[in-house]
Design a protein around this ligand. Structure first.
Ligand SMILES: C[S@@+](CC[C@H](N)C(=O)[O-])C[C@H]1O[C@@H](n2cnc3c(N)ncnc32)[C@H](O)[C@@H]1O
Length: 345
C-alpha cells in the first residue's frame, strides 16, 4: 500500500504490513479498531484501507487534525488554490504576530515566522471541510523545515549556519512555504479517500477515552532501557500544539526554558516511566473485553516479558510477535532494537 510519509517520531509506517501479517497469522478477526495513541494516524489509515471501522485517538490536538485530513476529508476538497490563498493577508482582516513576536530566531527565520502567523489566522476563517487539510500542509511544512523535524531544542542555527550548498538537509530546510504547501497539497490529494471510511476522531488522554472496538491498538510513548532524557511527545511537538491554540500561546510560554516550550496540552499520563506499568495495567483492564494489540520494542523499558505479564493479568492467550529490526523513523542508531507486537486474546 502506498502510504504518506509523516515525519513523526515513533511512526509505525514501516511496520504496518508486519503488524497486519502478525494479526493474520494468529487468525485475529475484527471489524473495528480503536487506535488509542494514534500519532500520525498511519495505523488507522492502513486499517481503514483494509475495510475496518476506525476510532482514532491522540492527546495532542494537532495530531488529530493530521488524522482528520487523511481520514475524514475527501479527495479534491482542498485545492492548490486553497493552499496558496492561505499565504496571503486578506484585506480587512486584523492579524496578530504572536510567533514573530515571541519566537524570533528560535525555530524559523523572521520571514517564516510571519508566514506562520498569517497562515494560522487564515485557517481560522476557512470552512470546516478544509481546515484539517490546511493544518496538515502547515504542520508537514513546519516539521520538514526543522532539524530532526522536532521542536525540543532551540537550534535554528543548525540550519542557518550551514553554508549554502546543494545537498541533503539544507535543501529540504530552505524550501519555501509556498513550494511545500503545493507539494503537500498534491500529496494529500493522492492519499485522501474518495469515499470516506467509517472513522471517528477523539482527542483525549488514553485512560479517559471511553470508546470501545473489537481490537484496541496500543502504541504508547517508549522509554529507553536506561533512565534519563525524558523527552516527551509534548516536548517534541509543543510548537505545533501551540499553533492549534494560537491566541493563548503567550500565556503558555515557559520562558525559563531555552526552547520557549508552549505548555498547552501537556499531560504526564504514559509519559512517566515510574507510572507506566500501572497506567498500562489500568488501560488494558478497561479494554479487557477487546482484543489487545500492543506495540513495543526490545530495547525499551519495561521489558517485553514484563509487558507480557501485564497483558496476561487481563487476557488468557498471549502471542508475542517479533517484527524484525526496524530502527524506527528518526532513530536509526539502535541496531539491536526489535519491534514487537504483543497480542492478547
Ligand atoms: C509512539 S507514538 C504513536 C505513533 C503512531 N502509532 C504512528 O504510527 O504514527 C505515541 C503517541 O501517543 C500520544 N500520547 C502520549 N500520551 C498519550 C496519552 N496519555 N493518551 C493518548 N495519547 C497519548 C503522543 O502524542 C503520540 O502521538
Amino acid at each position: 500500500m502506498n502510504l504518506p510519509v509523516t515525519r513523526y517520531y515513533g511512526s509505525k509506517r514501516r511496520l504496518l504490513d508486519k503488524i497486519w501479517e502478525a494479526l493474520a497469522v494468529h487468525q485475529i478477526e475484527f471489524n473495528s479498531v480503536l487506535d488509542l495513541f494514534g500519532g500520525t494516524g498511519i495505523v488507522s489509515y492502513y486499517m481503514a484501507h483494509k475495510g475496518k471501522d476506525i476510532i482514532y485517538n491522540d492527546i495532542l490536538s494537532f495530531n488529530c487534525e493530521i488524522a482528520k485530513a487523511l481520514l475524514c476529508s475527501s479527495r479534491g476538497s482542498f485545492t492548490e488554490a486553497d493552499a496558496l490563498a492561505l499565504l496571503q493577508r486578506v484585506d480587512g482582516r486584523e492579524y496578530q504576530n504572536i510567533i514573530a513576536q515571541n519566537f524570533n530566531q528560535v525555530y524559523y527565520t523572521p520571514d517564516e515566522d510571519e508566514i506562520i502567523d498569517i497562515v494560522v489566522q487564515n485557517i481560522h476563517y476557512l470552512e470546516n471541510e478544509k481546515k484539517a487539510s490546511a493544518y496538515y500542509i502547515l504542520f508537514q511544512s513546519c516539521m520538514i523545515k526543522r532539524p530532526f523535524n522536532l521542536f525540543h531544542r532551540k537550534n535554528l542555527n543548525l540550519r542557518t549556519n550551514f553554508v549554502k550548498a546543494n545537498f541533503g538537509n539544507k535543501v529540504t530546510w530552505e524550501q519555501t512555504f509556498k513550494d511545500l504547501f503545493l507539494k503537500f497539497t498534491k500529496e494529500l490529494n493522492e492519499f485522501q479517500f474518495e469515499a470516506l471510511p467509517n472513522v471517528e476522531i477523539t482527542n483525549t488522554s488514553a485512560l479517559k477515552c471511553d470508546r470501545h472496538a473489537d481490537l484496541v491498538y496500543i502504541d504508547t510513548p517508549y522509554f529507553p532501557k536506561q533512565d534519563g532524557g525524558g523527552i516527551t511527545y509534548h516536548n517534541r511537538y509543543h510548537f505545533l500544539e501551540g499553533l492549534m491554540n494560537y491566541a493563548e500561546i503567550p500565556d503558555y510560554i515557559d520562558r525559563q526554558k531555552v526552547n520557549l516550550e508552549i505548555g498547552v496540552g501537556k499531560c504526564s499520563e504514559f509519559e512517566k516511566r515510574s507510572n507506566y506499568i500501572n497506567e498500562l495495567d489500568e488501560l488494558i483492564h478497561k479494554h479487557q473485553d477487546s482484543i489487545i494489540a500492543l506495540s513495543y520494542t526490545t530495547e525499551g523499558y519495561p521489558s517485553i516479558q514484563e509487558l507480557e505479564e501485564v497483558v496476561h493479568r487481563h487476557k488468557q492467550t498471549i502471542h508475542v510477535c517479533y517484527l524484525g529490526k526496524h530502527g524506527f523513523a528518526l532513530n536509526r542508531n539502535n541496531a539491536e532494537r526489535q519491534e514487537v507486537l504483543i497480542i492478547g486474546l
